[in-house]
Design a protein around this ligand. Structure first.
Ligand SMILES: Cc1cc2nc3c(=O)[nH]c(=O)nc-3n(C[C@H](O)[C@H](O)[C@H](O)COP(=O)(O)OP(=O)(O)OC[C@H]3O[C@@H](n4cnc5c(N)ncnc54)[C@H](O)[C@@H]3O)c2cc1C
Length: 202
């Protein structure tokens, strides 16, 4: 799994402070925006952090995972298309439970090989990519670009870094949270402490 931050609102914490201070007609703090933002978040005044956003490039997650990602509606997505891209040599995402067992791994690989052989046989019969893709499993890896504002990112991290979320989206969300913490600590530090810092949740 590869996660890259492609873009983030410049001086995002300063922008959030400037926007928030409009509400009370107060001046910027000499100490910087961080305490002001911590207060906003403690009070649940989170609409102010919507002014900042980030764009992530994510490669190598399964189609099962990308389906979970795109359930988050306050976001913009661009995903590699199985209608237009040839999938004769796909990458796979393999669940750790399957990796742990030689027997399960064998069964899984056999199934994936059969699926790809079926895809290729259909393509040889001139079946279009958009129809041949119906044979591809959920394990097929995909690439997706995700843009979310900071409020939605906080929501995404709360539900997807949590132990109830599946291992793959959780791994991805934690990777994104670590990046966001490094770029806008005052907005994400509570969640970073909860999900990424020692003692880590299992
Ligand atoms: C552990 C886990 C298990 C899940 N299991 C299932 C499952 O079995 N089946 C299934 O279908 N889904 C499942 N989901 C997906 C889940 O139901 C949501 O679709 C997904 O988490 C997106 O989150 P969301 O709807 O809170 O927020 P987003 O779409 O990210 O929106 C953010 C927030 O905006 C507000 N919002 C957005 N749209 C509306 C709206 N139309 N009306 C009112 N408020 C809105 C809400 O406050 C929402 O929380 C699961 C999610 C998790 C984390």
């Amino acid at each position: 799994m590869k996660i890259e931050l492609w873009s983030i609102t410049p001086d995002s914490e300063l922008l959030i402070e400037r926007c928030g201070r409009v509400c009370w007609r107060t001046e910027l703090s000499d100490e910087g925006p961080q305490d002001f933002i911590r207060k906003l978040i403690r009070k649940g005044h989170e609409s102010v952090i919507e002014h900042a956003k980030a764009t992530f490039y994510v490669e190598g997650v399964s189609r099962a995972c990308s389906h979970q990602i795109v359930r988050h509606r306050i976001a913009s997505y661009s995903q590699e298309s199985q209608r237009y891209v040839d999938m004769s040599n796909p990458e796979w995402s393999v669940p750790p439970t399957i990796l742990k067992s030689d027997k399960a791994f064998d069964i899984f690989c056999n199934f994936l090989n059969n699926a790809v052989d079926t895809y290729k046989s259909l393509r040889e019969l001139d079946i279009p990519k958009e129809d041949a893709r119906f044979t591809l499993p959920n394990a097929t890896a995909t690439t997706i670009v995700i843009t979310m504002n900071f409020r939605e990112l906080r929501h995404f991290f709360k539900v997807r870094c949590d132990r109830h979320a599946q291992w793959e989206i959780r791994k991805m969300a934690k990777g994104m949270l670590e990046i966001m913490y490094n770029n806008a600590p005052s907005v994400f530090e509570d969640l970073y402490r909860e999900f990424c810092q020692w003692p880590k949740r299992s």
